[in-house]
Design a protein around this ligand. Sequence first.
Ligand code: ASP
Length: 444
Amino acid sequence: MDIQNANLKVVKFGGSSLADAEHFKMVADIIHADPARCYVVPSAPGKRFSADTKVTDMLYECYNVAASGGDIDEVFGKVCERYNLIIDGLGMDYDLTEEFNHIKWAILHHAGRDYAASRGEYLNGLVLAKYLGFDFIDPAHYVRFFDNGVFDAETSNTLLAEELKNHRTGVVPGFYGSMPNGTIRTFSRGGSDITGSVVARAVCADLYENWTDVSGFLMADPRIVEDPKPIKFITYRELRELSYMGAGVLHEDAIFPVRYAGIPINIRNTNRPKDEGTMIVPHTDVYDTENIITGVAGKKGFTIINIEKAMMNAETGFGRKVLEVIEHENISFEHLPSGIDTMCVILSTAEIDSCRERLISRIQATVEPDSITTEDGLALIAVVGRAMVKSKGTAVRVFKAAANAGVNIRMIDQGSSELNIIIGVDASDFEKTLQAIYAEFVRW
Ligand code: ASP
């Protein structure tokens, strides 16, 4: 598909893109520059400078103060001031006093934490719709959650698709929807990305543009690797691997609705609208032949459980029994490297910390191993690239880079899809391993 000629685009703007009147103007210019940009999903106003507070955080504060019986006048006043500054800066004739009064009253009358937080997007949506001359569509009626709080993707898709047919252009605030009993429910933090994706699916958009304050994904975390190269194209699967391992920018759950519908996502920078950003696509044969890898990311904070038992390989069901104990604690495991008579389970340290002793003694009682030990302080690094499957020697280069950096590799895991190679190293070696792998593969 030629992205320039995409007929219908859903555009989501993050909080930093809508933090003040100047950014609202930039956003309007972007929207008006392309008639395909018909549906807009805004976040709440974010930070204008690093010490600033996001409106969502102020609203959580309002809820907390109200819940403890305090007076919310001051903090709620600051919320109102943020919107009034935007309205004044845009020279609009728009008065939100009635909305403010109603929201304040509702927060004081126990409308709930999610309700309070959601008003950031709601109010920003009202202002943006008015400024653009687009219809305002309140997601409370169309974005639905089940009673248990899980997002109801199919009902939401049907309701939104039906409603959006009636609007040629519209603003749908991000981040929230409602429960079967009508109360407001939000996604987790950063959830406007999910709303954008859900709207894109509902209108069968040709493209979901996600506008933020960076020009797309970088091949590595810039806090660890100096000036990493941007990624031009990435597949959904690669992105999933990289974001699971800590590469930020897009909410993890935002990938599923558009992936399901095969809609590409373009990550763009509101402050540099000419930059092409990163295209996230279902499939692509295009890859950077010089670099082979698409990106490298990682996380610290993992624990290895080492289990040894003579003749383990002959004991049918051994692995299942161990995993059932872990499942019983409601923990999902990360990796499962195993030998003939050894089995290792890698888990998030934070997850096992609350039940470590119980977990180990249950595994002991269930499979009666010869030994069972745990080791903390593991970091995992994922080297991700769709081109790996076509190129020889990638694994050797990963190991060589680590060895040259003086790093001992504690664990290796490569899926047969050859989309990634995951290695485990001591947390103290994390940064230097990542830097060494990046330097091994990436040429400018
Ligand atoms: N405003 C919400 C947050 O700060 C949601 C979002 O920005 O996507 O998390």
